[in-house]
Design a protein around this ligand. Sequence first.
Ligand SMILES: Cc1ncc(COP(=O)(O)O)c(C=O)c1O
Length: 369
Amino acid sequence: MRERVSNGTIFGYESVDAGPLAEHMCKRFHVDRLKFSMSGLDATLFSVRLARAVTGRRRIMKFEGCYHGSHDALMVSIKPRREASGDPRRPNPVPASKGLLKELVDTAVVAPFNDLASTEAIATEHADDIAGIILEPVPMNMGYVHPEPGFLEGLRALADRIGAVLIFDEVKTCGKWYGGAEEAFGVAPDVKVLGKAIGGGFPLAAVGGKASIMDQVVPGQIAHAGTFNANPLSVSAGLVTLTKILTKAGVQHAQRMGTSLAKGYIDIVRDHRLAVKVQYGGISGTVHFTRAAVTDWRSFQDVDVGRWWGYFTAMLNRGIIPMATGPDEQWTTSVAHTKADIDAHLDAFEDVAEILKHAQAEMALVEAV
Ligand SMILES: Cc1ncc(COP(=O)(O)O)c(C=O)c1O
């Protein structure tokens, strides 16, 4: 990166690494073409514009509890309060910020994650007006949620039936498996949004998809502009990250570390009889402080947030930052983690689990009284 900085950080046209990076990413993430952006926000924004442009329709279907960046069209039903969210099978669109135009919020069609029958029923009502269906294939803004068998396949079939563009927001998942969520689940969307890990700490995102869609992104048809898109610094960081660090072998190592961390958590939770669900996959996972599996936003709301913070703080006190901050986040193992790191993490959790066990027993007594 020092070398890149000394050669210049912005030229206003493609830099030498842009072609090789695009080629690597198209192959790795199974897309025909892609365009570089700067952040997940502007990439998902562009994916929504693409869907509207190629279908000539207005509405975007999104899932309750999924986050797609801080832009207006998708700032809907991200973490809605129970009182505002209505029927779980037919969630209300709830604005996630002040300052959003009601007309825009109303273009969002909100569906419950992992409930295919309800999603199909809602989509059918707006079938002629849904431009795109966007989702995190593995929601990671409500901890870690597995798509249930058949859910992603069902959405693929639904998008085909109503003529909508299926968009996977892989801003998080593209870095969790070598080839992203398609590699893990075998379902191919029309458009993928990639971000976060691919830039190795520099601002880089991308929107990729089928040639039939991406080839319409030309001046005068579908606009995609940005001064810093494909800037040399981010592009070089992306090329080094994806070809030298997050290689297949590197990701496999991180996955082995992630799996042994998760299995260690599962053993400790079982031994201490904690009311905790460990949900994991790829290189990420989390501990949900709840008795039933978290499958969507409504079940995430049953998570005991206070107990999660107790766990997090107790881990910090033992010198371990166990994951990103908040029960809606998750851990991610990296190419740099070693077995010694995993052992140290699990030793700390063993200790913390003992405290949690006593706290749980005391709470049970209080509840019994
Ligand atoms: C799934 C998902 N999509 C989009 C975004 C937005 O990305 P950015 O923060 O780079 O704008 C995020 C950020 O956390 C995300 O988790």
